[in-house]
Write a protein that binds this ligand. Structure first.
Ligand code: SF4
Length: 694
């Protein structure tokens, strides 16, 4: 205001960064955003915000924005600016040529968790109806796909159980593999408020995150797990609950499958799952695990909040099941203050999954092999749909390297920077004949692209995002798309050029189609969103105003299902050559691969990624704070500055992945979750040494 004077109008919209989904008023002068003001009416944030949503919107008008479509024949050619018509026709004719030459399954698409629900829905529709296969995947593959698999298997739905407000009534909070004060700051503040009021806290994390000890807050138990030991830990935690008689027997008898509970309880009670036996794997004092499990089981309403430290492991899905097991065993699902709650990373990762962005699921998490579901889509889409699951991102890249996968439409996703084992990703990208990128900037993946379509920021389009508590909120257009079209319009153009008719004049019509085809969205419309402000799905005849809390009287799947969670060590092992374990995460001021936040004033708080290392490991290597170090794994090596800190435990190092020049994913492995292929970003065996190489 000081700089620009008073705004002349404003519009309420939703933050495009993390899965908290804060509502903001975008205050405008003409078509210029003057400032973003946290909106008091936003149910996810109640008038609060963090430095990203409040200040880091300048990327939307950054000089690096690409505003003209571009094409090139070969990736070594310079880009040539063309009209939208020429770019779209070129992309369509290339995809048609590839399919005619290499077969129907030689192309696919990737939806974005940064784009709107309506846009993700259209990309998967294009792949299924226009390409005629199920080769569609989403960046959720590399973050929370195990959440979907684990919660669906145990509870019957691929989403968190509670709304954010629920934490205000928790008596015990168990945070596993999440750092809410950095990753989800507005929710982190809400959690801290409850902790200051007296809720008890257990943190299971290799690092001493801020919640472990900060002003007025001290965790009752910090369980510094070795990366890769989550399942051994949750089994040990459950062992205490089972063997010390802490089961909520009436709850389990009434609400869960008893035969499965009994076989789970027998498995968990085995001595090999005791905290003492697990200590060699977890590295955690067994008495601390025992005390924490007793607190969780007997301390009142207990809520679990977890993040990518749970999912990005070779046993990510198993760990999600393990958390659901202990919540059911102690009766901690279906009431306010309890639950199992993923802290979703990206603004619309929940939504992109809900919208059928997976190769095996149509919108609403219904399997492509289900004839009745497919027929309902075929009737409205006017296309015959494939009943076999398609390829995941990693499989698309594998097939590309093998020569049978040749074309990809990627909306709002930078797989060359965000996906693991960069060398493998770029080999796959280089092997393709047509890659179409729709994005704001020439990102790392665009280096391998043949067509570039200008993307639109969240300020330039209408739509909806769905946050981590299943809350669907409106995104409102406050300025004209700099490239001429919203992302959804680009998809419509491409589908039509491919010969598949898409006719929408506004994203509200896309939402109407989603509602007509998806039972959990049946009651959602833009009119209702206007009236209620936001809606948590399921919203349908049974719940016309939406559903803040799931599984209240019964689990969505009927009886809650206990799953056997056998611990299987990761194949990534430390050796004499690679004796340390690297784990990765985020910091408050930056966001993911930094494509947006690095182009804002936020960069002043974090100019580069650094390597956190314990003083013992640093001293052993002659490293002092600020030294340039080489970080080497079996996949590659990078150089970055060292930060010597007791936040780390000996044997474990940590870095962020916000800067392309660091390229942390050059060194991560290609191991992944057994069920979903979510990459094991959190466990990489490395060596660290001083270097002079910049
Ligand atoms: Fe945006 Fe998340 Fe910050 Fe809220 S907490 S302002 S949604 S980045």
């Amino acid at each position: 205001i000081h700089q620009y004077g008073q705004p002349d109008h404003s519009e309420v919209t939703t933050c495009a960064y993390c899965g908290v989904g804060c509502a903001f008023k975008a205050e405008m002068q003409g078509d210029k955003v003057v400032r973003m003001v946290p909106y008091k009416g936003g149910k996810a944030n109640e008038g609060h915000s963090c430095v990203k949503g409040r200040f880091a919107y300048g990327y939307a008008t950054h000089k690096d924005r690409i505003t003209k479509p571009m094409i090139r024949e070969k990736i070594t050619d310079p880009w040539r600016e063309v009209s939208w018509e020429e770019a779209i026709n070129h992309a369509a004719s290339e995809f048609k040529r590839i399919q005619a030459t290499y077969g129907r399954d030689s192309v696919g698409g990737i939806t974005s968790s940064r784009c709107t629900n309506e846009e993700a829905y259209l990309v998967q529709k294009l792949v299924r109806a226009a390409f005629g296969n199920n080769n569609v995947d989403t960046c959720a593959r590399v973050c929370h796909s195990p959440t979907g698999y684990g919660l669906m298997s145990t509870l019957g739905t691929s989403a968190g159980t509670q709304d954010f407000k629920s934490v205000e009534e928790s008596d015990v909070i168990l945070v596993i593999g999440a750092n809410p004060t950095d990753g989800h700051p507005v929710f982190g503040s809400r959690m801290k408020k409850r902790l200051r009021e007296g809720a008890r806290l257990i943190v299971a994390d290799p690092r001493k995150i801020d919640l472990v000890k900060s002003p007025h807050i001290r965790a009752d138990h910090h369980l510094p797990l070795k990366p890769g030991s989550n399942v051994a830990f949750i089994n040990a935690f459950a062992h205490v609950i089972v063997t010390e008689g802490l089961i909520a027997e009436d709850y389990v008898r009434e609400r869960c499958d008893l035969a499965e509970f009994e076989s789970w309880a027998r498995f968990i009670a085995e001595e090999r799952n005791s905290p003492e036996a697990a200590q060699a794997i977890t590295g955690v004092d067994p008495q601390e695990i025992r005390a924490a499990a007793r607190l969780y089981a007997t301390g009142g309403k207990a809520a679990i909040y977890y993040g990518l430290g749970v999912t990005e492991h070779s046993q990510g899905s198993t760990m999600v099941m393990g958390m659901a097991n202990i919540a059911m065993a102690t009766g901690n699902i279906g009431m306010v203050g309890a639950g199992v709650n993923p802290l979703r990373g990206q603004n619309n990762v929940q939504g992109s999954c809900d919208m059928g962005s997976f190769p095996h699921e149509l919108p609403g998490y219904r399997h492509v092999s289900d004839d009745a579901t497919r027929e309902s889509f075929e009737a409205i889409w006017g296309a015959k749909l494939d009943n076999a699951p398609g390829l995941r991102i990693t499989n698309m890249l594998d097939e590309a390297v093998g020569g049978s996968f040749k074309g990809m439409y990627i909306q709002g996703e930078d797989i060359a920077q965000s996906d693991p084992d960069t060398h493998h990703v770029t080999s796959g990208l280089k092997a393709m004949e047509c890659i179409v990128i729709q994005d704001l900037f020439l990102n790392e993946t665009a280096k391998y692209a043949h067509v570039f379509l200008p993307g639109a920021s969240f300020l330039e389009k209408d739509g909806t995002f769905t946050n981590a508590e299943r809350r669907i909120s409106r995104v409102r257009k406050v300025m004209a798309p700099m490239g001429g079209y919203g992302d959804w319009e680009g998809t419509v153009l491409l589908a039509n050029a491919l010969g598949y008719k898409m006719e929408y004049t506004h994203p509200s019509e896309i939402m109407d189609e989603i509602a007509a085809l998806t039972p959990s969205f049946a009651g959602v419309s833009y009119d209702k969103l206007e009236e209620l402000g936001s809606i948590q799905w399921p919203c349908n005849e049974k719940a016309p105003l939406g559903t803040p809390m799931m599984h209240v009287d019964r689990f969505v799947r009927g009886k809650g299902r206990f799953m056997i969670t056998e611990y299987v060590p990761t194949d990534e092992r430390t050796t004499g050559k690679f004796p340390l374990i690297l784990t990765t995460g985020r910091i408050l001021s930056q966001y993911n691969v930094g494509a947006q936040t690095r182009r804002t004033e936020n960069s002043r708080w974090h100019e580069e990624d650094v390597l956190e290392i314990h003083p013992f490991d640093a001293e052993m290597r002659g490293i002092v704070d600020g030294d340039l170090v080489a970080l080497e794994s079996r996949s590659g090596d990078i150089a970055l500055k060292a930060k010597v800190t007791e936040r780390m435990q000996p044997g474990i190092v940590y870095t962020t992945f916000h800067h392309a020049k660091t390229g942390a994913n050059v060194i991560t492995t290609d191991y992944s979750d057994w069920a979903t292929n979510c990459p094991e970003y959190k466990v990489t065996a490395v060596q660290v040494r001083r270097t002079n190489r910049p």
